[in-house]
Design a protein around this ligand. Structure first.
Ligand code: ATP
Ligand code: MG
Length: 477
């Protein structure tokens, strides 16, 4: 089997040939077959075999073996550093909890093993000789770019509700349509997603929103996504009633998702950046819609949603901070000054699209704002914030894409600042509390106040971050 990413790795071939030399049928299966036929590089190389788990262990005696899920028939073998999941042909029955089979039975039949798999494009196997075993029309569906359940979609989604989200996730990742009967069953049974663990849902949602067709899937299937994310429902159909927007709040958010680089933190931030808008919606006398304070509201909502989905603290913090700051004007016009507090309440204004001319006053105000934000967010998330702002802008009416240029300019400025010796926090100053004590300052709060004042002076460009200059500034007369 050939693909653009190269051929099947030598260790996967080696595993197939060792199993067949020992008399057991063995095939590559699932995602790696699908991705290879599509010319994509597979993430992992799974093997399905007639050998029972203890027979697999005997064939690979002497190799590193991890007993991943022995009772379900899965053994992971590390060959030349590559982990290979080797699973015995099996059937599954029961599913009384709509998620896990009540019973798993090993079978000598490859076709039975393929029949338990979720979608036709995931239910193909490939022999060592390169023969594709495809009893459910997976290749035809790959050609038509369709996600279709193996067998009756109602039955398959009733067995395991996670498959509903997996259908959306594969459609988003592969840019496929979902077959009409599969889509209808997914809609009808969406409520059963309530029974699926939130961790599993979060994994599928993250893969979905990082997919190239995420925007289409979010807008087409939001009613399904609103089962684990009920906050999306009031965003759908909410006409923003202002000249800046040509989509409803959900359509705008989905467009912002598409416009961000496909990595989880940014894509979650884009999806949730306006989640507080429905609660902040007002209409003025002229009939114009406003969302005063929406970013401040969206930040805590994003925190609550991601915490509920059991994301780790770091992800929750990063995403909710980006959401809270998405509207923060980094490049205010000179007369507006730079807010000292990042907690200043936000409006839906597109201040940043009014590009200040690069006068020295403007650039020093910007420089200060950039340094402050880098100090608060760190370099990585500062650039993420610019990406989020660019995406937010591109998801507005095309007349209001000006912020993209403003962000590009801020990025250039930020890179210039970063090329200089760093000073974003009190600890970056070239002097510390001990120096102040040596100058005669009493131990106590005045030390902290003085260091903060020095930092402000350095951030605003009033003082260089040099030891002599800082010491001279705070010498006591
Ligand atoms: P990825 O590139 O995301 O790893 P994949 O197709 O390999 O895609 P996995 O979740 O790793 O997806 O699952 C491996 C295979 O196991 C699938 O291709 C499918 O055949 C089968 N499978 C996984 N989860 C399910 C499920 N919930 N129901 C039925 N079959 C499943
Ligand atoms: Mg996989």
């Amino acid at each position: 089997m050939q693909n653009e990413g190269g051929t099947v790795p030598a260790s996967a071939r080696e595993a197939l040939s060792r199993l067949s030399a020992a008399g057991y049928a063995a095939f590559l299966v699932g995602g790696c077959v699908r991705d290879s036929l599509l010319g994509r590089t597979p993430g992992d190389w799974d093997i399905t075999t007639a050998a029972l788990p203890e027979q697999v262990e005997a064939v690979f005696a002497g190799e590193r073996i991890i007993e991943t899920g022995l009772k379900h028939g899965t053994v992971t073998v590390l060959l030349e550093g590559l982990p290979l999941e080797i699973t015995t042909f099996r059937t599954e029955t029961g599913y009384s909890d709509h998620r896990h089979p009540d019973a798993v039975a090993f079978t000598p039949s490859l076709t039975e093993d393929l029949a338990r798999r979720d979608f036709t494009v995931n239910a193909m196997a490939c022999s060592l000789a390169g023969e594709i075993i495809d009893p459910f029309g997976g290749q035809a569906d790959l050609g038509k770019r369709i996600i279709r359940c193996v067998g009756d979609p109602y039955k398959r989604f009733e067995e395991d509700a996670l498959r509903i989200l997996r259908a959306l996730r594969f459609a988003a990742q592969l840019d496929f349509e979902i077959a009409p009967a599969t889509a209808a069953a997914a809609h009808a049974l969406r409520g059963s997603l309530e029974l699926v663990s939130l961790e599993r849902i979060a994994v599928e949602l993250t893969k979905l929103i990082c997919g190239p067709a995420a925007r289409r899937i979010i807008t087409e299937y939001w009613e399904i996504l609103a089962v684990p994310l009920p906050e999306l429902a009031p965003m759908a159909g909410l006409d923003q009633r202002n000249k800046y927007h040509c989509f409803d709040v959900l359509g705008h958010s989905a467009a912002a998702v598409e416009a961000t680089p496909p990595e989880p933190i940014l894509r979650w931030a884009a999806l949730l950046h306006d989640v507080g808008k429905p609660a902040c919606f007002t209409v003025d006398e002229e009939g114009r819609g406003h969302f005063y304070g929406h970013a401040k509201r969206s930040g805590p909502m994003a925190r609550e949603i991601l915490t509920r989905l059991r994301f780790d603290h770091d992800t929750v913090n990063r995403v909710s901070t980006l959401v809270e700051l998405h509207d923060y004007p980094i490049d205010p016009p000179v007369e507006a000054g730079v807010p000292d507090s990042l907690d200043k309440s936000q409006t839906d204004g597109l201040v940043a699209s009014r590009m200040p001319s690069p006068t020295s006053a403007a650039s020093s105000a910007e420089e200060r704002a950039i340094r402050k934000l880098i100090g608060k967010l760190g370099v990585e998330d500062f650039f993420r914030l610019l990406d989020l702002k660019r995406a937010d802008s591109l998801a507005h009416h095309p007349d209001y894409w000006g912020r993209v240029k403003a962000c590009d300019r801020l990025e250039v400025l930020a890179r210039e600042i970063l090329a200089q010796p760093p000073c974003f926090r009190v600890t970056d100053l070239q002097i510390d509390g001990n120096d102040l004590i040596a100058l005669g300052y009493p131990v106590g709060p005045e030390i902290g106040r003085t260091l903060n004042a020095l930092l402000e002076a350095v951030l605003s460009g009033e003082l260089p971050n040099e030891r002599e200059a800082l010491l001279t500034k705070c010498k006591r007369r």
